[in-house]
Design a protein around this ligand. Structure first.
Ligand SMILES: Nc1ncnc2c1ncn2[C@@H]1O[C@H](COP(=O)(O)OP(=O)(O)OP(=O)(O)O)[C@@H](O)[C@H]1O
Ligand SMILES: [Mg+2]
Length: 460
């Protein structure tokens, strides 16, 4: 393989809607690394947040590759939230791949294959290329239509006329109709600054020209100055991809133009196999790019939640994978104490083999005070758009003290329903919370009932 395809790489970043953590915007630290009381959606759990902050710094300065971190603590103490806080602090340019331990158990794919794929999703590559482009502010955008060659009433686009303006001058381009889709996809309109790659015709919208500042302040558009130099020029283009993006792009069969090959590629997409050989080839090319200075490695984060769900086979794989030169930072989380390592009869702390434990930095999270719980529930109420009265919040804090944070956070929505249906109110009162707490049971209460009424249930 002489070169790897970069142009057609589509990002395969997992997009997850982690609604329960939507209030977490970062770690909420001071510039000296100390945790603020209540910031970026985070309350309390200070030492764990400060430790996470140091890890962010290590990742940023690339001193942490191949190392691993473990968040250990009781349920609902913010372990998952901390990991997502780390992701937010690192920003969108550093890959962050979240997964749950149990994801490795699939009937179709080998466990280590799932891990390998996620490892490669967590390793980024920043590729810098000098490309020939047309760049400028769009001053004219017009699609020329002709009658549909196949007959009928419809019109089809024959070509697109676009005029781009830069500081040095402007240029009118007559482009192939195929580019119209890219322009639509990037939502390009007159007044935007864009560039078009000469070789591939790919269109990228850079932002809105700053001549239009204040024209319509509807959304947070990014305003950019008029590009310098000529419209037609060489430009350094930076592209962020992950190793997995490259694997996928190179494993797919070449896509042709005709309808049949399109259908084929749609059907094949799921079944494409990324072989070990292909990965090695890609690693080789990637290493060459890095040596030549064309690309830079951006080790990201692989987050494995509920790590006690992994079995001994996975742990063996992890031990080895962490040693490789292309390794991301791995963050584990677990709420287990000493338990059996899956696939063995050996008991170990957190269900993790001691040889792996030995190489981890461990961060503990501890249960919250009633006060912290009240403040966190208050944040959640704001995010969910729920109004809640102070005495109701106080009661939730109390309940949270004897149950868990997760349990009381989940009481918010049902309480609102009771407030609306039984009280005709939009804000939650203490009585609504009492009513809901009577209707539902937390895990501990449920376990007590099971214990007390054991003979009423079926056991196998
Ligand atoms: N310090 C905190 N500040 C603000 N919100 C928090 C804090 N800690 C936890 N939360 C929120 O409380 C809820 C429960 O926390 P989280 O899911 O992170 O717990 P966990 O430790 O991962 O629990 P488990 O062991 O059950 O997975 C989430 O909605 C989380 O965003
Ligand atoms: Mg969790």
């Amino acid at each position: 393989m002489s070169g790897i395809k970069i142009e057609e790489v589509v990002s395969t970043t997992k997009r997850e809607r982690v609604a329960a953590h939507s209030h977490v915007k970062g770690l909420g630290l001071e510039s000296d690394g100390r945790a603020k009381d209540n910031s970026s959606g985070f309350v309390g759990q200070k030492s764990a947040r400060e430790a996470a902050g140091i890890v962010v710094e290590l990742i940023r300065t690339k001193k942490m590759a191949g190392r691993a971190l473990l968040f250990a603590g009781p349920p609902g103490t913010g372990k998952t939230a901390l990991a997502l806080g780390i992701a937010k602090e690192l920003g969108p340019k550093v890959p962050f791949c979240p997964m749950v331990g149990s994801e490795v158990f699939s009937a179709e794919v080998k466990k280590t294959e799932v891990l390998m794929e996620n490892f490669r999703r967590a390793i980024g590559l920043r590729i810098k290329e000098n490309k020939e482009v047309y760049e400028g502010e769009v001053t004219e955008l017009r699609a020329e239509e002709t009658d549909n060659p196949l007959g009928g009433y419809g019109k089809s686009i024959s070509h697109v006329v676009i005029t781009l303006k830069s500081v040095k001058g402007s240029k009118q381009l007559k482009l192939d109709a195929a580019i119209y889709d890219s322009l639509e996809k990037e939502k390009v309109s007159v007044g935007d600054v864009i560039y078009i790659e000469a070789s591939s015709g790919a269109v990228k919208r850079v932002g809105r020209s700053d001549a239009f500042v204040g024209d319509h302040d509807l959304e947070a558009d990014e305003y950019v100055p008029l590009p310098k130099g000529d419209v037609h020029k060489k430009k350094e283009i930076v592209q962020d991809v992950t190793l997995h993006d490259l694997d996928i792009a190179n494993a797919k069969p070449q896509q042709g133009q005709d309808a049949m090959s399109l259908v084929n590629s749609l059907m094949k997409q799921k079944k494409t196999e990324i072989t070990e050989k292909l990965r090695q080839e890609i690693n080789k090319v990637v290493n060459k790019y890095i040596d030549q200075g064309v690309a830079e490695l951006v080790p990201g984060v692989l987050f494995i939640d509920e790590v006690h769900m992994l079995d001994i086979e996975c742990f063996t794989f992890l031990n080895k994978a962490l040693e490789s030169t292309l390794a991301p930072v791995v963050i584990f989380a677990t709420n287990r104490g000493t338990c059996r390592i899956r696939g063995t009869d050996i008991r170990a702390p957190h269900g993790v083999p001691t040889d792996l434990l030995d190489r981890l930095l461990i961060v503990r999270t501890s249960p919250y005070s009633t006060d912290d719980i009240m403040r966190i529930v208050d944040i959640r109420a704001q995010v969910e758009g729920v109004q809640i009265e102070d005495n109701a919040l106080g009661l939730l804090g109390e309940i949270g003290g004897r149950t868990s944070l997760r349990y009381v956070a989940q009481l918010l929505s049902p309480s609102l329903i009771i407030a609306q249906t039984q009280g005709g109110r939009e804000s939650i009162q203490r009585s609504d919370v009492e009513a809901v707490d009577n209707l539902f049971k937390d895990a501990k209460a449920s376990a007590q009932i099971l214990h007390a009424k054991a003979d009423e249930f079926i056991y196998q």
